[in-house]
Design a protein around this ligand. Structure first.
Ligand code: SAM
Length: 221
């Protein structure tokens, strides 16, 4: 029976895929990758492109960021995948970072549960783990907690010491205000592992850059 493989391709560096991810991509007959903007590039696909064998069917599916169309688009993508699986072809669904961290894959899997196809998930290096390595900074240590949150929740920080803030784009000012108010030391990382990779700690430079693919690692004593 055909299998759907959910594959984490890491942060965007084609050397940061696991061996298992590469081998699975190489042998799937169909590769599906998400993009955030209709007709736009898929970072996951660009990251994995060199591992896709000639003759593979490659499709980019649009997954809008807003909540409104998300479920419908996930269903559309799933119907496409289901049709390929019914033909007996294995499908690789690529996601940036890890498939189970803020990923379109999770939405899509809701539709997979009821059908009889096999699903296998291959983990990937998350963007924040890659960012921590890039800046040589500890994410969490000892018996502390690490909180990973989207920028929209930054006002809910209470007594956390180690945090990762994802989806910073368009929320930069508010995030930096809160972090500074609460005495955090922070580093902003954008396009980790990709062309244009940037590391910033200066507030004004962060506000000037405002990159879509960005996150912040922060900690305090
Ligand atoms: C939809 S989430 C995907 C997270 C991904 N599944 C992971 O495991 O890292 C997109 C967010 O991940 C972060 N991100 C993904 N790739 C990144 C990169 N190469 N550099 C910096 N941040 C990245 C950004 O915060 C971005 O807004």
């Amino acid at each position: 029976m055909a299998t759907l493989y959910g594959i984490g391709v890491g942060p965007g560096d084609s050397e940061l895929l696991t061996v298992k991810a590469v081998r699975t991509i190489e042998r799937c007959q169909v590769v599906v990758a998400p993009c955030a903007i209709e007709g736009g590039e898929s970072i996951a696909l660009e990251t994995a492109r060199e591992y896709i064998k000639p003759g593979t069917e490659v499709i980019v599916k649009h997954f809008p960021m807003g909540k409104k169309d998300r479920v419908i688009k996930a269903l559309e993508a799933y119907e496409f995948i289901e049709a390929r699986l019914r033909e007996g072809r294995d499908v690789a669904f690529l996601t940036i970072g890890d498939p189970y961290v803020y990923s379109t894959y999770s939405h899509m899997l809701k539709h997979v549960r009821d059908c009889g196809f096999e699903v296998q998930t291959i983990p990937g290096i998350t963007s924040f783990c890659a960012a921590a390595s890039l800046v040589n900074r500890t994410l969490v240590v000892g018996d502390e907690e690490l909180v990973i949150m989207p920028a929209t929740k930054v006002r809910e920080i209470t007594d956390e010491k180690f945090i990762v803030i994802m989806k910073v784009y368009k929320h930069e000012e508010e995030v930096l205000d809160v972090l500074e108010e609460k005495g955090f030391d922070y580093v902003y990382a954008s396009r980790v592992g990709r062309e244009g990779e940037t590391i910033l700690t200066d507030r004004n430079e962060i506000l000037r850059l405002r990159d879509y693919m960005s996150l912040i690692i922060a900690s305090r004593d």
